[in-house]
Design a protein around this ligand. Structure first.
Ligand SMILES: Nc1ncnc2c1ncn2[C@@H]1O[C@H](COP(=O)(O)OP(=O)(O)OP(=O)(O)O)[C@@H](O)[C@H]1O
Length: 466
């Protein structure tokens, strides 16, 4: 059984990650700081160390030096993506942005351990090791039995082993990020980093320096030189989500990277060669955007060497119940309800719904129903899908103004909170005195993510402050 050491000073997060990993069958030890980890454990004897970046005392990245034979996964917030890049440079095998979902954490852990098991403990920097990818087929990464998805899988199988730039198109929630992951994991770059950047989530003023890095003094506040995310992906793949949101200057710089395989930091006169496979995604019509001048035509053609279109869920009618079954199994196991089933009426409702939010909406509906279900059968009322397939519905106990009905938690029970609980707890506690921007900043996520999580957890933003 793999042994994992968690180093995290925040009690709630440490306890939630410990429980999550124990539940998944790992042997887990934990510590509040690097110093405590060294006093109470032998970090080098673990199969994996998961550490927060900012800790009292030494930084989490210090563990990379102190346990040179153990891979280190660094937890960080979106707000400190730059530090994540630096961590990768220092030898962390991967980083995970807080707050993360349970599935994201488990997937990251499984990936790293699988890589290690195959004898590849490469840190992600340096030359291509030419190792075998750990995943052999897109069907192991994403579900899809209908003809349209089989075609997508065939395309992924063909294009993944090449160096070709890929543009993934599809509505929000169709699985574009999952497809990008499949392209990376099935490529010879699988053992190198896959850096995912949501271009819509980074403020416009920061995006160039985030992507390309900057020299010391390049702009006010640039007190030291920084490496950008593209350079951090050297040897691996870069997934640029929401590429349509990239501002004009950044588009010009990106074009240069694609044309010359060279990167020039903001404020620098010198270029450096980079070896990065680009995967971009958008839900917008980029071709139409080139006509209005919003997106550079030359960049569009560079990105659109190979296009993969992920169909909306309404065009994958025969996959709906299969996907629902997968999510039900996963959620049921997570919540200790392994015998859940869909009633025949619930199946009909799922098949008839239009799914404007695509697979993400289906996943959320199943998660919500799993939480609310008292017996073993999920009925249409638990799915609570509105008949027009429109907005997401909020469970009654959590609707606006009913917050007093949500369970209140005392300090003792705080340790039992899951990460989702922690998020919900934080939002409910602070939403009356903080703006959405402040809440998002404190949580280290974008406003878009905050909005999405509010919808998912049934704690919509209050429209009035009365
Ligand atoms: N074919 C699939 N099989 C299993 N899970 C899926 C599939 N497609 C999507 N999902 C799940 O649905 C959710 C949304 O997928 P993903 O984030 O990849 O979509 P997206 O198109 O990138 O969305 P957005 O454009 O909003 O970023 C994720 O939790 C993902 O794991």
């Amino acid at each position: 059984m793999p042994r994992i050491l968690i180093v995290e000073d925040e009690d709630i997060i440490r306890s939630a990650v410990r429980k999550l990993l124990q539940h998944a069958g790992y042997e887990v030890a934990d510590a509040r700081s690097v110093e405590e980890a060294e006093q109470n454990h032998e970090p080098d004897q673990f199969d994996l160390i998961i550490s927060d970046l900012r800790l009292p005392g030494a930084a989490g990245t210090e563990l990379i030096n102190r346990a040179p034979n153990t891979p280190v996964l660094i937890m960080t917030s979106y707000a400190s993506l730059r530090s994540a890049v630096d961590s990768m440079k220092m030898g962390a095998v991967e980083y995970i942005a807080k707050p993360f979902d349970h599935d994201e954490m488990l997937a990251a852990v499984e990936n790293i351990l699988a890589r290690q098991g195959s004898g590849d403990t490469d840190s992600g920097s340096g030359a291509d090791s030419g190792n075998r990818p750990q995943e052999s087929d897109p069907a192991n990464i994403m579900f899809g039995q209908c003809e349209a998805m089989q075609k997508v899988f065939t395309l992924i199988r063909k294009v993944a082993p090449t160096e070709t730039t890929v543009l993934i198109q599809g509505e929000s929630g169709t699985g574009k990020e999952l497809a990008a992951r499949a392209l990376h994991l099935l490529s010879p770059r699988a053992s190198k980093p896959l850096i995912s950047v949501n271009c819509a989530a980074i403020p416009e003023s920061l995006i160039e320096s985030e992507l390309f890095g900057h020299e010391k003094g390049a702009f006010t506040g640039a007190v030291s030189a920084r490496t950008g995310l593209i350079e951090a992906a050297d040897g691996g793949s870069l997934f640029l989500d929401e590429i349509g949101e990239l501002p004009a200057e950044a588009q010009a710089r990106l074009l240069r990277v694609l044309q010359e395989s060279e990167i020039r930091k903001v404020g620098s006169t010198q270029s450096r060669k980079v070896n990065v496979r680009m995967i971009a995604a958008t839900h917008r019509n980029l071709k139409a955007m080139t006509r209005t001048g919003e997106f550079r035509e030359d960049l569009y053609y560079r990105l659109n060497v190979m296009q993969i279109r992920i169909p909306p869920l309404r065009e994958r009618q025969s996959d709906i119940l299969g996907l629902a079954g997968k999510f039900l199994k996963r959620q049921g196991e997570k919540m200790g309800k392994p015998n859940l089933n869909l009633s025949p009426e619930a199946m009909r409702v799922l098949e008839r719904h239009r799914w404007p939010g695509n697979v993400r909406e289906l996943e959320n509906a199943i998660e919500r129903a799993t939480i609310l279900c008292d017996g073993d059968v999920i009925t249409p009322s638990l799915l609570d899908l509105d008949s027009e397939g429109g907005d997401e519905h909020i469970p009654e106990t959590l609707v606006e103004g009913n917050n007093e009905q949500t369970p209140t938690r005392d300090a003792d029970s705080a340790n039992d909170l899951s990460l989702e609980d922690y998020f919900q707890h934080f939002v409910l506690e602070n939403q009356d005195r903080m703006s959405e921007t402040e809440l998002a900043q404190k949580l280290g996520i974008s406003r878009k993510s905050l909005w999405e999580r509010r919808q998912r957890l049934g704690i919509p933003r209050k429209k009035t402050s009365s």
